[in-house]
Design a protein around this ligand. Sequence first.
Ligand code: 5GP
Length: 195
Amino acid sequence: MKQLEERIRHDGTVKPGNVLKVDAFLNHQCDVALFDAMGAEWARLFAGRQIDKILTIEASGIGIACLAARHFGDVPVVFAKKTQSINLDGDQYVSSIYSFTKQREYPVIVAKRFLHAGDHVLLIDDFLAKGNALHGLIDICQHAGAKVEGIGIAIEKGFQEGGRKLREEGYDLKSLAIVEGMDPETGEIRFAESE
Ligand code: 5GP
């Protein structure tokens, strides 16, 4: 998606350790018009798929998932929580994820009453690196008996293995921007061709 690539080039910064910082528009300050355009693009890419729920992870996934839902007939958006709280009552699906940016394990939790057997789910997240976060969500869908219809990612780091693994596992994965390489010295960011 050219609009997203241009924004990453303009406002993204390359940090040491293969980290791309996009907090000016994606995961701290939010460009809602851009989120809306991203939602429209996912709707185009997943046209023909039956999607009746969107599942994401707090916090960065929530905004993009909510705008995306407007383009999928206002389906409900469920976000997995990363911490237990007294407000999280009832039975839960719990999986564990290793975080690339935080370098530690954390739980992902979804209340059983919001995800059901037979749900047709679109997974949405801001970044795909090694695929750990998405595998946590997939694990939760499998436990619930929900079907993963597709995976929509804003920025895939194509030089890390997550995207290749998920495509090999047969998932319909659409990333709006695929970063092929980035250089922390020069700040240069190279993209793969998008659909
Ligand atoms: P994965 O689980 O695929 O290794 O990493 C995905 C998660 O890690 C995303 O939800 C995102 O929060 C975070 N992440 C991975 N790489 C980056 C990055 O380069 N920049 C930022 N801002 N977040 C990242």
